[in-house]
Design a protein around this ligand. Structure first.
Ligand code: 2YC
Length: 278
């Protein structure tokens, strides 16, 4: 995932209600429902006390991103957690979280964004939660991904996690990465683990023509062109920047799930509870 910009996230707190309505319209499920399904907690008893989340700004490296903690906090609050941003960053924030009896702590440096469940020492990274949340959302939007041709773009950290979850749903995977050795390596891993059907070696236009859905796990910007994507294609496009160009986005506007943080953050929180109630 690339480093977010303030302009990517500044309107999350004021836009979260509208965002959730749009997500429900497209997938049939709310943000909270998608996070619960993605975490495998559909049948768990979650009617316990409201859990307290402390979001801690982190100043190391490139430093805080204006609006980042506020956005994470707004998402956590929206799905029903008792969430707040600590007054101090870094160690001071962690000290405050413990003294305030936080149940879950969320913080991000330039390399890792994670949720730490202080009750049972469960940790969840944004990458794994984003992969789970977005595959779940795509599956809700598609009804089922079984036997469907799904194009996965990007064989990096997020793509590797998503490939596993997509193969586990018996999708017919097409894997595309400009680095063909990385593409092949991931395909071989999936074939070995699932005995699945995995297609590689395609050029992007052909892959877009063959697939029914796209999971864009690449850091690329606007490389999926309007000319090549079929208007009925379902698209899951986690994070920034968006891999579709403006024309492609317009063609699939009603069938694309794309956000900078919402699904990943909501899924991190429920995944951090999963060990407790599985
Ligand atoms: O504001 C802060 O506390 C900063 N330390 C946060 C830095 C987050 C850097 N990571 C990213 O922008 C992206 C996010 C989508 C999560 C993972 N990478």
């Amino acid at each position: 995932m690339t480093r977010l910009l303030p302009t990517d996230i500044n309107d999350i707190p004021t836009g979260i209600e509208k965002y959730d309505l749009e997500l429900k319209r497209k997938t049939g499920s709310s943000l909270k429902d998608i996070a619960i399904i993605a975490s495998g907690l559909e049948k768990a008893n979650l009617e316990e006390a409201v859990l307290r989340v402390a979001v801690i700004p982190v100043s190391v490296g490139l430093g805080p991103i204006s609006g980042f903690s506020a956005a994470v906090n707004a998402i956590a609050s929206h799905i029903g957690f008792d969430s707040y941003v600590t007054g101090l960053p870094d160690v001071g924030g962690l000290d405050e979280a413990f003294r305030n009896e936080a149940d879950i702590v969320m913080m991000a440096d330039d390399y890792l964004f994670a949720a730490f469940n202080l009750q049972d020492r469960q940790v969840v990274s944004n990458d794994e939660a984003t992969a789970r949340g977005y595959v779940t959302a795509l599956s809700c939007m598609a009804g089922s991904l079984c036997k469907k041709f799904v194009l996965l773009t990007g064989a990096g950290r997020l793509g590797i996690l998503a490939a596993d979850l997509l193969a586990d749903r018996q999708t017919k995977l097409i894997i595309y990465d400009p680095d063909r050795s990385r593409e092949k390596e991931l395909a071989e891993k999936i074939i070995e683990k699932y005995g699945a059907t995995v297609f590689t070696g395609m050029e992007l236009p052909e892959a877009l023509n063959r697939c029914e859905a796209v999971f864009d796990a690449s850091p690329g910007c606007a490389f999926i062109k309007g000319d090549y994507i079929k208007s009925g294609t379902l698209v899951a496009a986690p994070g920034m920047p968006l891999g579709l160009d403006a024309e492609a986005y317009a063609k699939v506007a009603e069938r694309i799930i794309h956000d900078p943080l919402q699904i990943g953050v909501a899924t991190m929180l429920y995944c951090s509870l999963a060990v407790h109630r599985s």
